[in-house]
Design a protein around this ligand. Structure first.
Ligand SMILES: Cc1ncc(COP(=O)(O)O)c(C=O)c1O
Length: 341
């Protein structure tokens, strides 16, 4: 099977498994896991932040940050297809009691003008605006990179209104490799950043929150409240250390594969891909011109050994990653051709 459903399907490589097996560990709820402490310091430094906090998932990273930044009744400005709004099971409402003020972006990008227009005035009728939320890369928009110049303009608006800024950087590594902008520079305008090790970097579990020492101290408490305090988590941290040490530059390969796949699929009858949106490792296909539904095509591809996800009545998603080789991409293109040609 060539599994293009998500970059979360990767399995730890032998070197990663070896690092996990040999990891020095302790009880992290007592703050005594040396491997976990090393990961937190290392990745916080890579992101140019004072401190880091390991959490089990990208969702927990985002929701702990939202909880730490806000109080119930506050409002958070975010793009209308943001993962935290669409795919985190209503977490903002359940866990933080906040309102999400969604703004329609273009390819996942909202502008400083849109953010300024979405900020509430000081009026007893309104929920107070507290936080601006940016997703980089943007999953539902097709792995698009948020332009740094716009981030800086949004920061200026946020500063004028005393708002905090969070970046959902589940795939920040891909944004960094695609744009060539250093991680620290991308992260600089944000008060908090979440990153995942379990997506393109190929670790089995784990995400991290980075921010000021004070922010991380507060986030640490919320992680405990959310049930994210772990014990000998150094076994997981060792996989994440291996991932950041070995798997960042190779993301360029995944991006090349995605571009090749996108170009070939766009040329098939009835299929269309927004080629300009394919900046990293995610490809969305519009198959409405084939006269078949996304799920029909998903099933036909599965029967021939390619896994993708139908994301709408006529939409499919394919994601490239560590466990998909150049040969796999060529084979997948051939199978797509048989199914839709
Ligand atoms: C942009 C973004 N943020 C957060 C998450 C949540 O990550 P997880 O599923 O590991 O909790 C995802 C998952 O795909 C994502 O794409």
């Amino acid at each position: 099977m060539i599994d293009l459903r998500s970059d979360t399907v990767t399995r730890p490589v032998p070197g990663m498994r070896k690092a996990m097996a040999g990891a020095e560990v302790g009880d992290d709820v007592f703050g005594e896991d040396p491997t976990l402490n090393l990961l937190q310091e290392k990745v916080a430094a890579m992101l140019g932040k004072e401190a880091g906090l390991f959490v089990p998932s990208g969702v927990m990273a985002n929701q702990v940050c939202m909880k730490t930044h806000t109080q119930a009744g506050d409002e958070v400005i975010m793009e209308s297809d943001a993962h935290a709004f669409q795919y985190e099971s209503g977490g903002p409402a359940v866990l933080s009691g906040v309102m999400c003020k969604t703004v329609f972006g273009k390819r996942g990008v909202i502008t400083a003008d849109q953010v300024a227009a979405a900020i509430r005035g000081d009026n007893v009728h309104f929920p107070p605006t507290r936080l601006v939320w940016i997703e980089n890369t943007h999953n539902k928009a097709g792995g698009t990179v948020f332009p740094q110049a716009e981030i800086i303009k949004i920061r200026a608006v946020a500063d004028t209104h005393g708002l905090a800024m969070h970046m959902d950087g589940a795939r920040l590594w891909n944004a960094h490799v695609a744009s060539g902008i250093p991680l620290e520079e991308i992260a600089r305008p944000f008060d908090s950043v979440s990153v995942c090790f379990s997506k393109g970097l190929g670790a089995p579990v784990g995400s991290l929150i980075a921010g000021s020492r004070d922010f991380i101290k507060k986030a640490h408490r919320w992680r405990k409240v959310f049930g994210g305090g772990m014990r000998q988590a150094g076994i997981l941290a060792a996989a994440s250390i291996y991932a950041v040490d070995h798997h960042i530059p190779r993301l360029a390969e995944d991006h090349d594969h995605a571009r090749k796949l996108a170009g070939a699929l766009d040329a098939l009858p009835g299929v269309s891909v927004d080629l300009d949106s394919v900046e990293t490792n995610i490809v969305f296909l519009d198959v409405s011109g084939t006269g078949r539904s996304g799920t029909e095509i998903e099933e036909a591809l599965r029967e021939k050994g390619v896994l993708v996800i139908a994301t709408g009545p006529h939409a499919l998603r394919a994601v490239t990653h560590l466990d998909v080789s150049g040969e796999d991409i060529d084979r997948a293109i051939g199978i797509f051709g048989q199914v839709m040609g």
